[in-house]
Design a protein around this ligand. Sequence first.
Ligand code: NYM
Ligand code: MG
Length: 211
Amino acid sequence: MCKKVPLRGALIVLEGCDRSGKTTQCKNLVKALEANGRPAKYINFPDRTTECGGLINSFLTNKKDFNDETIHLLFTLNRWEAKNAMEILLRDGVTLIVDRYSYSGVAFSAAKGLDLEWCKAPEAGLLKPDLVLLLTMTASAISKRGGFGDERYEVPEFQQRVMKMYDQLKDDSYWTEIDADKSFGALHDELLTHCNHAIDNIVNEKMDKLW
Ligand code: NYM
Ligand code: MG
């Protein structure tokens, strides 16, 4: 039986607080999809390899200071500069597994006190994901994880505020919440099932836009 070729790749985003295991899960999802003959690529934001990403890295590692609005816009710019390349890959049938996206941008900045709508505005027009997988963790699970580094934002109290902001952003039409407080393998299997389902259910060749 011949397998149906999807119209395009799926744009799948993993979101959640720091230490929820997103990065390792994303990379393993790409490996698993590719092993099943489904072209996939790992993308992460912030992309610290660009000039703009270098400024963001200096901020996160406390080497540079920017006011809240400026760093917010730099994170957004870092996504805009990646947009065309992402669109080309998706059109070529490559599924993108994205480690953080606009939702991190808004949740982290709003958790610092910036207005949520102000934070969303410059993200409007970026590619809208087909699926957002939100890795949730309770306050006690966050504290238990520990191992937070010394980058900005990496403190349990702030992470809890970020989780509350995700609550305000989530949209059940394309978000799925997944409890990350389980074994790596169990979480991987659950995420992979959702990714395969998203790839199998692409109906529009054209990508939608945020928001
Ligand atoms: N972060 C990430 C933001 O504040 N805004 C954004 O738009 C994005 C994409 O950067 N604590 C924060 C969340 C993280 C930090 O991300 C670095 P990572 O995934 O730890 O490299
Ligand atoms: Mg981090």
